[in-house]
Design a protein around this ligand. Structure first.
Ligand code: PLP
Length: 502
């Protein structure tokens, strides 16, 4: 018999395996702000939402001109226009790592760049090495292909540098790539050249290419230096992923790229296949491609300096402030937009996990930070530093009150290495992050359904943890809905709450 007897329409395993645990974590958290205190979301990794950081005028003008010219409305090559690729090649070229237009693939945001890199390298049974703590997208992308993520540790007591011995120990016959994220989300760390070289040496020793997530290129504070990893070793093949998103403050414009640093022909097949893969999505939008030569060459240095200055002011203030809070140990960032804070859990016996700590801070002080769990590390939380200075001050005051109210025992001023290594999870969790916004709109596991903009868009939904939250398997013994939720909720990004900040 042809066809099916019933409408048994199935999604692919690939689609079902694609899922976003950060959303899962956040949606299953009890994020109920204090009714008398406006929410301060130090959780949202989108620098545009607070209104204090805006793109450069010249960048906006370039896009307006691009639209008005009428020249950028048609189809262009799937890898991007020659002019745009040339502009990226010039932008990415640095001493020791020349890039030509033919080495560039233009993508719809850096996430798409990473997607293509994973697609071209990861097959069933392979593995990639990814940072912990780290951005969870790498794992999400790899898992769809049946590729395992293995987590190499970053060391908080060494400014989150890579534990090189651990990294090397994870390399085996299945390893197809090492993912490096420098500067780092969530750590705000910036690797010195010598450290990048040490990582490169390991990659070259075992002939493993690097996928470099360099979306925070040049996003480093005063006195720090940014080095693309491709520039530190002449024999290291690198797929360098970048874009306008963070440095130019335009995440919604979806402009990202891959610069392929081929070394001795090692990446020829991969480069060819990246070009083929780009035909699946036909690149980034042509309006921004048309504006790219101006954006990349004419944005005044003062724009970058001003952005970084604001973030650095927040970083210093927040670091000093958190240092004084009993029970917390901040790790000073050198760049990007984030700071990680260690919770000395022994000093907060009320809370069993970072998640509980973060939930209580929302409930009592309406300050929301993402728990370390979202980045695969225990006993930390991440603070976003792109909020207005005044908001940061209020947030710090409230966090101080919270810590004083719940802290017991002596403030530990020094990080104990034992407790740090204990905070590194030993199991292999699968977590990813795409959307970092707080969701107060509930979820299907809890009897809520996200469909359309109906659930708590403007006022917090007062959710309580119930037994379904802690025991999803009771309701859902197969775990199927958990996996499917990411497909169902594909439009959940539209539901970002307006978190008011005073
Ligand atoms: C924001 C971010 C990205 C994704 O950027 P898009 O260009 O918006 O896709 C990739 N990697 C890291 C570490 C990020 O923080």
């Amino acid at each position: 018999m042809k066809g099916r007897a019933t409408w048994d329409v199935r999604a692919t395993n690939f689609a079902k395996k694609t899922f976003n645990p950060i959303r899962d974590i956040v949606e299953n958290m009890n994020i109920t702000p204090h009714p008398d205190k406006p929410m301060i979301a130090l959780s949202i990794g989108d620098p545009t939402v607070f209104g204090n950081l805006r793109p450069a005028e010249s960048v906006v003008d370039a896009v307006v001109d691009s639209v008005r010219s009428g020249k950028n409305n048609g189809y262009v090559p799937a890898t991007g226009t020659l002019q745009a690729r040339q502009a990226i090649a010039e932008y990415m070229t640095c001493p020791g790592a020349p890039v030509e237009a033919k080495d560039v693939i233009i993508c719809s945001g850096c996430s798409c760049s990473l997607d293509l890199c994973v697609s071209v390298l990861c097959s069933p049974g392979s593995s990639i090495l990814v940072p912990r703590p780290g951005f969870p997208l790498y794992t999400t992308l790899a898992e769809g292909f049946g590729c395992t993520s293995k987590y190499y540790n970053l060391l908080p007591e060494k400014n989150w540098q890579v534990d090189l011995v651990h990294l090397e120990s994870l390399v085996d016959d299945t390893t197809v790539a090492i993912v490096i994220n420098n500067p780092s989300n969530p750590c705000g760390s910036v690797f010195p050249k010598s450290h990048l070289r040490a990582i490169a040496d390991i990659a070259v020793k075992y002939k493993i290419p690097i996928i470099a997530d360099e979306i925070y290129d040049n996003f480093v504070f005063e006195g720090e230096e940014y080095h693309p990893i491709a520039s530190v070793h002449p024999e290291l093949p690198v797929l360098a992923c970048g874009g306008l998103t963070k440095r130019f403050l335009v995440p919604g414009w979806r402009m990202g790229w891959i610069a392929v640093h081929d070394r001795n022909g090692a990446m020829q097949e991969v480069l060819g296949c990246l070009r083929t893969l780009s035909q699946r999505i036909i690149g980034s939008n042509t309006i921004v491609q048309g504006a790219l030569p101006d954006i990349l060459s004419k944005t005044p240095q003062s724009f970058f300096d001003d952005t970084l200055k604001q973030i650095q002011v927040n970083a210093r203030y927040c670091y000093e402030s958190v240092q004084k809070m009993p029970g917390l140990t901040p790790i000073l960032p050198q760049g990007a937009m984030y700071m990680m804070v260690r919770i000395n859990m022994d000093e907060f016996p009320e809370f069993a996990t970072d998640l509980e700590f973060v939930e209580a801070m929302v409930a009592e002080e309406s300050v929301f930070c993402l728990p370390g769990k979202c980045f695969n590390i225990k006993n930390f939380f991440r603070i976003v530093l792109t909020v207005p200075e005044e908001t940061m001050k209020v947030a710090c005051q409230r966090m101080t009150s919270f810590c004083i109210a719940h802290h017991t025992g002596q403030k530990q001023t020094k990080i104990h290495e034992d407790s740090i290594s204990n905070s590194i999870q030993t199991e292999e969790p699968t977590i990813n992050e795409i959307d970092e916004s707080p969701k107060t709109n509930g979820n299907s596991a809890n009897g809520y359904h996200i469909n359309g903009k109906t659930n708590g868009m403007h006022e917090p939904t007062h959710r309580r943890i119930n037994e379904l939250d802690v025991e999803p398997s009771v309701k859902n013994p197969t775990g199927m809905n958990e996996k499917l939720r990411s497909c169902e909720d594909a439009n959940v990004d539209d539901l970002v709450d307006d978190m008011e900040c005073d």
